[in-house]
Design a protein. Structure first.
Length: 80
């Protein structure tokens, strides 16, 4: 199962990303890296084959289309 998480570099989002990977899920982390983001929160999963990071804004339709085509997520968890 591939999970697309928005805002996955924030405090709550990064906890969700780490938990999902620990449970064996593939995770695509979509984050614009604004004020609340901190990629250091994801250091323990950054090199996991189950983790993929994409820096983009959820309002960017072309970026979302590309992500959905490339990763084909089974579910999306949106965390603003």
């Amino acid at each position: 199962m591939t999970l697309l998480v928005t805002g996955g570099a924030g405090f709550i989002g990064s906890a969700l990303v780490r938990l999902a990977i620990a449970q064996g899920r593939d995770v695509v982390n979509l984050d614009a890296l604004t004020y609340a983001a901190c990629l250091d929160n994801l250091a323990q999963v950054a090199n996991s084959p189950h983790y993929h990071f994409e820096q983009a804004d959820i309002r960017d339709r072309a970026a979302l289309d590309r992500l959905f085509d490339a990763h084909r997520p089974d579910a999306v968890m949106h965390h603003p």
